[in-house]
Design a binder for this molecule. Structure first.
Ligand code: GRF
Length: 220
């Protein structure tokens, strides 16, 4: 009869500790909260940091009972100082992964958080990304260009806007009668699956970054 392994050798995986960075409505944060509650994401949100005080995202975080810090961008003179303040908080709560969720500012990623910061962008990078491409402006630009498809991108963040190695992309069609709002809604539906999927892969240790390419390892 097979014997049970002694308790000390049982591999109990702890939920991933997430810090979530927001600047606005917090819809992405809300989606992560719901995935975690539904047990579709093996993670816990240990800290929410908002770069703005009076935004709906802060209200959503508090309503969910999440520890929330406000670190105003204007409180720091440089990108470096702002980044230091943010990552110091992330270290204090021992975050495994930092998720930018509608976070509007550039950060300088410190060495100990390389490949441990993710961002989601509502377009197929490298198109329609970079400084100034946020919110409805992204979808407006996609429509003006006449694209037939668009989508979303989850990537590791580096020190440039919307630039680091790509983890997951999802595609949606652009329809003839789309407005920026209707397109944003269609893209957001995909974002709601793409971000949890990327975080899950990270939690499972299945992301290997090789230069700009992120290999997705098969499950053992
Ligand atoms: C999403 O379009 C996401 O791709 C981008 O910010 C938008 C969500 O903002 N990074 P929020 O979560 O509603 O504040």
């Amino acid at each position: 009869m097979p014997t049970k392994p002694p308790k000390s050798t049982v591999n109990v995986k702890k939920p991933l500790r997430l810090a979530v960075l927001i600047s606005g409505t917090g819809n992405t944060l809300q989606n992560l909260i719901e995935h975690i509650r539904a047990r579709k994401l093996p993670a816990e949100i240990v800290l929410v940091i908002s770069s703005k005080a009076d935004v709906a995202g802060v209200e959503k975080a508090r309503r969910a009972g999440l520890p929330t810090e406000i670190i105003l961008r204007s409180s720091a003179e440089t990108v470096e100082a702002f980044s230091q303040a943010i990552f110091e908080c992330c270290r204090e709560v021992q975050a495994d992964l930092v998720c930018m969720a509608g976070f509007l500012h550039l950060l300088r990623i410190p060495d100990d958080f390389q490949n441990r910061v993710m961002n989601i962008h509502p377009a197929l990078l490298p198109a329609f990304g970079g400084k100034g491409y946020y919110g409805l402006r992204v979808h407006q630009a996609v429509l003006e260009y006449g694209c037939k498809v668009t989508g979303c991108t989850v990537h590791f963040a580096d020190n440039e806007y919307d630039h680091g190695p790509i983890i997951v992309q999802r595609v949606v069609p652009v329809l003839d009668d789309d407005t920026p709002e209707s397109l944003a809604a269609r893209v957001f539906e995909e974002e709601c699956e793409a971000y949890p999927e990327a975080i899950r892969l990270f939690a499972e240790g299945r992301l290997r970054v090789e230069g700009r390419r992120v290999r997705i390892l098969t499950r053992c």
